[in-house]
Design a protein around this ligand. Structure first.
Ligand code: 6PG
Length: 254
């Protein structure tokens, strides 16, 4: 049964401390329990302070980097070094500063001729990775449909209620089999095609943590949390329901 919690903070600096604490706790418990952990990073700007904190020795020294595997929830169709690339932000803020094996950084490929190719490649990469892990890490939905179960997925939310690259008005609810899809709509900012994990993959995660900031996003969260509200379903973030814990970390100020 999924448990939802909301933690409010004055600003992103304080909220980021709560997020990095949750990352370290989730990683420690997964590594203790099964010898490795799988963490999906959020894109956008808000999580940057979290990733910078995690690179600091007081937090980094609590991580077993050899056994910690990092993935992305989505990626913009940009070169890896582009300042708007989600990989580039996490590399500069975190991975360039800690001793993590490069094989543990599972980057979404964006160097190919089309986002659809990048999406297919990432899905194959994820399937190959989870194929090497215990069966408990993959959830079988039906005879020929399985999904990975990540230990922790970090997500942001746009001011339109999008999350990862699942945008309002798109057909994200129809995807029932694929793990990764290409998003051609240039609905996001920057307006470029994207590659994203699908909603079924997000919802098979054990734990999901949203980090959001600012009044507009708080208003959307209030609508999402208001069970009675009929409008919440237009927000992709409202459809995120992990297997165990859904944690909202909210910063009043940006
Ligand atoms: C992306 C993200 C996206 C992001 C939200 C919030 O690649 O854009 O994954 O879902 O988390 O748009 O972004 P900010 O944190 O920059 O507001």
């Amino acid at each position: 049964m999924m448990k939802t919690s909301v933690q409010q903070f004055k600003n992103v600096e304080q909220a980021s401390l709560a997020v990095v604490d949750q990352i370290v706790k989730s990683a420690k418990s997964a590594v203790l329990e099964k010898g490795f952990c799988t963490i999906v990073l959020a894109g956008g700007r808000t999580p940057q302070q979290t990733y910078e904190l995690l690179s600091k020795p007081s937090w980094a020294d609590q991580m077993d980097w050899q056994q910690s595997h990092f993935f992305w929830g989505d990626e913009r169709w940009l070169a890896s070094k582009h300042p708007d690339s989600n990989f580039s932000m996490a590399h500069n803020a975190l991975f360039s500063k800690v001793h993590i094996p490069s094989r543990n950084i599972h980057q979404i490929p964006t160097g190919h001729q089309a986002p659809e190719i990048g999406a297919k490649m990432y899905e194959k990469h994820l399937r190959d990775f989870f194929h090497t892990k215990p069966l408990t890490e993959t959830i079988r939905i039906s005879e020929n449909t399985t999904f990975p179960s990540f230990d922790l997925v970090l997500l942001g939310m746009g001011a339109d209620g999008h999350t990862a690259s699942l945008f309002p008005g798109s057909n994200f609810l129809e995807e029932k089999k694929k793990w990764v899809t290409a998003v051609k709509e240039d609905a996001g900012s920057p307006p470029v095609p994207r590659i994203t994990l699908t909603l079924p993959v997000l919802n098979q995660a054990k734990n999901i943590l949203f980090l959001i900031s600012g009044k507009k996003k708080i208003k959307i969260l209030e609508t999402i949390l208001d069970e009675a509200s009929g409008t919440a379903k237009e927000y992709p973030a409202a459809h995120v329901k992990p297997r165990e814990n859904l944690i909202w970390i909210v910063a009043e100020e940006n």
